[in-house]
Design a binder for this molecule. Structure first.
Ligand SMILES: [Zn+2]
Length: 273
């Protein structure tokens, strides 16, 4: 580990200490981008009920009660994740996802719920006429979505945003197998403490390294899987998994335990493939 690495470790316990409630908000999928560009500024929380988590009194079954803006977590009818039943998925001529990801300097955040890699502007996906910028990607263990009830040991969610702010999230299932070099790169520097961020311009990462060869996918309209559980997320769950080692999965679980929201009802929605 070189000196440069240590000199670029950014510790931000300040954020954590001064506004735990706000800290919770900024962790939410898809919102980090706004945060990292400084558009949003700290405001005092309305009440002391701060954090959400994956168990106990702030676990998923209570998210909808914790704050008013988390209401969709309990009232939403189009929530994620879901169990994708292959035989019920409608065969549809979905456009291929064109991935236009670039290699970028590595910037990794431990936001208290997951390990997240922030992406600078300039990488995108094109799906039919829609174009989304890659904002960040992060991991859950085990996978949040299930395919025919099968849950994978880990998943990566690649979070994209279009010009109107609509989210398109690509989920890539991670099966147990050989060690994944891209994950290795991230795990090597990932901060162990919530609120810490590591940026190292000497290390580069390309999100393409987390994509399988076969990019066929399931598509449906869902939500963020973390509070505020906002809906109208265009979910694209790739059919083919990538691999990582058992040790790599264990390393994430050692930091966060099981960081997954339970499966939500599909209700009237249709999954296409
Ligand atoms: Zn996620």
């Amino acid at each position: 580990m070189n000196r440069w690495f240590f000199s670029t470790v950014i510790i931000v316990p300040f954020l954590f200490a001064c506004s735990s409630e706000r800290e919770e908000e900024r962790k939410t999928e898809g919102r980090e981008h706004v945060e990292s560009h400084g558009d949003e500024h700290a405001h005092a929380g309305e009440n002391g009920k701060a954090s959400w988590g994956y168990g106990g009194e702030t676990g998923p079954e209570y998210w909808g009660e914790l704050k008013e803006e988390f209401t969709p977590c309990k009232t939403g009818q189009n929530q994620s994740p879901v169990n994708i039943e292959m035989h019920r998925a409608v065969d549809h001529d979905l456009p291929a996802i064109e991935f236009r990801y670039k290699e970028v300097p590595l910037s990794v955040v431990n936001n208290g719920h997951t390990i997240q890699v922030n992406y600078p502007l300039g990488s995108s996906i094109k799906v039919g006429n829609a174009s989304y910028e890659l904002v960040q990607f992060h991991f859950h263990t085990p996978s949040e979505h299930a395919i025919d009830g099968k849950v994978f040991p880990m998943v990566v969610h690649l979070v994209h945003k279009d010009a109107e702010g609509n989210l398109g999230v690509v989920g890539v299932m991670i099966a147990e197998g050989s060690g994944n070099p891209a994950i290795e790169t991230i795990w090597k520097v990932m901060p162990k403490k919530a609120g810490e961020e590591v940026s190292d311009s000497n290390i580069s990462i390309n999100a393409s390294a987390l994509l399988p060869q076969d990019r066929g996918y399931y598509s449906y309209t869902g939500s963020l899987t973390t509070p505020p559980c906002s809906e109208s997320v265009n979910w694209m769950v790739l059919k083919a998994p990538i691999e990582s080692s058992r040790e790599q999965v264990a390393a994430l679980a050692a930091l966060f335990g099981s960081n997954v929201r339970p499966i939500q009802p599909l209700n009237d929605r249709v999954v296409r493939h």
